[in-house]
Each structure stands twice: as structure tokens, then as C-alpha cells.
Ligand binder design. Structure first.
Ligand SMILES: Nc1nc2c(c(=O)[nH]1)N[C@H]1C(S)=C(S)[C@@H](COP(=O)(O)OP(=O)(O)OC[C@H]3O[C@@H](n4cnc5c(N)ncnc54)[C@H](O)[C@@H]3O)O[C@H]1N2
Ligand code: MOO
Length: 342
């Protein structure tokens, strides 16, 4: 830091916020810490009574916080994202499409462990809409060693980006409603309307609904038929637990689908099943999906329809944060449900 005359300050960086007060008009930081003094700032500074200024002495090998913020931004920005202007040394990233945010949490943590820099994001696997802010980043001190920022760049510079937005790609779905009580007309189907409404949140059209009853072979054939006739996703409702008439998991398995997981560490939704027949997701939804506001289905659906291949490891990771608190009213997604260590 050095003291100089304001009239000589053009091109120098201000070391601290400088407040301007004009009665009835403003009381705010007129110049922020880190601002580089411009020619037109001189009369304003003099009118604020600042004949002298403390300015930053840039040293060889040091970067201004704004230059550091640009490097942090480059480490994160990817397709389907745009950045705003640098404000007070901070840059924010916004989504430019609807989709799901994927974070390389290990490398994000590595950068945040370097010290003197920070990147804050919304939760991994959040659903984002075009225009949503997804991350903000800045250098903590006013200037930072260029070498330090080289470390950021080297952590970021691998083929796999730190932040990715995957747009939703599945636009249609067939629903198979199991249960003899529904097929026989003993009760009316209140499950498929719930699923239809949840899919509609993502612009997915239900193109076919089949009431299959509890005949396992018929459920199996219905799944295969749906996939053969081009369904992008098949969802089976009910018949997912332990009763002798619960045939859905067996029926899905018999199609030859690759079962990723039958069961998820999520309540409600413990009996959720995810499988793929070829690359078509085939899901088994337990009865709670019809009854509860949000379940495992809501947690995994965004990834499934963005064609992010789900693994058993992904599903196992959702246990932390997998317990819905059943708030009334429901605040999802603004709650801990599904936000844990994955
Ligand atoms: N002893 C155990 N009991 C239960 C377990 C368990 O592990 N051991 N799991 C529980 C869990 S978790 C769930 S969730 C429920 C429901 O599982 P299912 O998917 O098997 O549900 P269903 O038995 O098929 O039906 C339950 C209930 O919902 C009605 N239903 C089903 N489909 C429709 C429909 N399309 N429209 C209207 N109503 C429907 C059905 O008639 C039953 O009344 O199991 C726990 N039990
Ligand atoms: O699949 Mo069930 O939720 O855990 O009630």
C-alpha cells in the first residue's frame, strides 16, 4: 500500500471501499476496494474530499482479484452457462438452459482447499432453469500470486469439466399401471395422474397408459412392447414391495433389463427400482410415490431424463439427505431432501 495524491491516481487500485454521502440522495460505497481509478473518477474523488488515496502497489507475479476471478470462472464455465460482469471481485455463472447441474465435487473441493480463492455452487444434481445463478466465485485477498492461480488452472484443466449442465432429453413416457384391483375396476387409478403431473414438470408427455393387472408375464410383455414401439421411458406403478401379488420387480427383471438398483436409501421411496432396457430407463415406482409429496422418484428423475447413467453407487450415496422431513407445506427442493453426500 502507498499514499499518493488523488490527481496522480489514474490506473492505481483503491485499497478499500470509499463511501460517498449526498444528503437525501446516497450513502453508499462510491468506489469499491479493488477499483482501478479512471480519469473520470478524479473530480468525483476530489468532491468527496479525497485529496490523497491509499493505493495498491502491484508487484511482479501478483494478479489483481478481478484477474483471479476470471481464472476461477474459466475453471467452471462450460456450455449451457454464461457469466455476469465482475462485481467487487466476484463473478457469477448462470444457466442458459433448463437441465441438471453436475459437479465434480472432488475437484471443486481441491480448488476450495487451496486457500485465498473460493467457488460456491448450488447443490450437486440441482434442477436448473435458464437464467438461474448456479455458482459464484472470487479471490479472497485484493491480489493473489499468479502461481496460486496456476494451481487453480491446473486442477481445472482436465478433459472433464468441474461444472456441467445436462439438458433434459427424454420427452415421452409410457406408464404401466399394475394392480388387479385397478384393472378389475374395484378402485380407480389415482397413481398415473400423479406420475403424469410430475413428468409434466419437465415437459414429458405420457403417450400411453396400460392397466396390466398383476400378471407378471403380461407386465413383462407390456414393458417390451412399449420399448419396441419407441417409448423413451417406461414407468411401472405399484406392486413393488413384498406381498405375493407384488410382481413388478420380477416382471422388469424378466425383460432382460439391466437392474441398477432395486431399493434406494430414501424415505419415502425405499422400494424404488431403476433399470435400463437397452438405453431406455424402466422404472418401478412404489405406492408411496402416489401418496407422498416427494419421494425417491423426484430425486432421481432429473438425472434419468437427462440421460445421466445412474449407478448403484449414485443411489447408495443418497442416504445422507435421503430422509424427507415431511414438512407441511412441502418446501422441496428448498430443503435437505436429496442434498446429502452425493
Ligand atoms: N411388510 C412390508 N410391507 C411393506 C413394505 C415392506 O418392505 N415390507 N414396503 C412398504 C413400502 S416402502 C411401500 S412404498 C408400500 C407400497 O408398495 P407397493 O408398490 O407394493 O404398493 P401396492 O402394494 O401395489 O399398493 C399399495 C396400495 O396402493 C394402492 N394402489 C396401487 N396402485 C394404485 C393405483 N394405480 N391407483 C390407486 N391405488 C393404487 C393399492 O390398492 C394399495 O392399497 O408397501 C409397504 N409395505
Ligand atoms: O418405497 Mo416406500 O417409501 O419407502 O413407503
Amino acid at each position: 500500500m502507498k499514499l499518493i495524491k488523488t490527481v496522480d491516481a489514474v490506473g492505481h487500485m483503491i485499497c478499500h471501499d470509499m463511501t460517498q454521502i449526498i444528503v437525501g440522495v446516497t450513502k453508499d460505497a462510491r468506489f469499491r476496494k479493488g477499483h482501478i481509478v479512471q480519469e473520470e473518477d478524479i473530480p468525483i474523488l476530489l468532491s468527496m474530499g479525497k485529496e490523497h488515496l491509499y493505493v495498491w502497489e502491484m508487484q511482479e507475479g501478483m494478479l489483481h482479484e478481478d484477474e483471479g476471478a476470471v481464472i476461477l470462472c474459466q475453471a467452471c464455465e462450460n456450455e449451457h452457462m454464461e457469466h455476469g460482469d465482475i462485481k467487487e471481485g466476484k463473478i457469477e455463472l448462470r444457466a442458459t438452459t433448463d437441465g441438471i447441474l453436475e459437479i465434480d465435487t472432488e475437484r471443486l473441493k481441491k480448488i476450495n482447499s487451496l486457500g485465498e480463492v473460493m467457488i460456491a455452487t448450488i447443490a450437486n444434481h440441482s434442477v436448473v432453469h435458464a437464467g438461474d445463478t448456479i455458482a459464484g466465485m472470487r479471490v479472497i485477498p485484493l491480489s493473489i500470486a499468479a502461481e496460486h492461480m496456476d494451481e487453480v488452472a491446473s486442477i481445472a484443466s482436465s478433459l472433464h469439466p468441474i461444472l456441467t449442465i445436462k439438458p433434459f432429453v427424454i420427452t415421452d413416457c409410457t406408464i404401466l399401471v399394475t394392480g388387479s384391483e385397478v384393472k378389475k375396476g374395484l378402485i380407480s387409478d389415482t397413481f398415473s395422474p400423479v406420475v403424469e403431473r410430475k413428468l409434466k414438470e419437465y415437459g414429458i408427455a405420457v403417450t400411453n397408459i396400460v392397466q396390466t393387472g398383476d400378471d407378471q408375464a403380461f407386465i413383462t410383455e407390456s414393458i417390451k412392447d412399449a420399448v419396441a414401439s419407441g417409448a423413451s421411458m417406461v414407468i411401472c406403478t405399484g406392486g413393488m414391495s413384498v406381498d405375493p401379488d407384488d410382481r413388478t420387480p420380477g416382471a422388469i427383471k424378466a425383460t432382460g433389463a439391466r437392474i441398477v438398483s432395486y431399493g434406494a436409501p430414501v424415505l419415502p421411496g425405499a422400494m424404488f427400482l431403476v433399470s435400463y432396457l437397452g438405453d431406455v430407463p424402466v422404472l418401478g415406482l412404489p405406492g408411496c410415490v402416489m401418496y407422498s409429496a416427494r419421494t425417491a422418484f423426484d430425486l432421481f428423475l432429473p438425472r434419468i431424463i437427462a440421460h445421466i447413467p445412474l449407478t448403484a453407487h449414485d443411489i447408495a450415496g443418497v442416504g445422507e439427505g435421503g430422509l424427507c422431513m415431511k414438512c407441511s407445506p412441502c418446501h422441496f427442493p428448498n430443503c435437505s431432501f436429496g442434498k446429502g453426500g452425493h
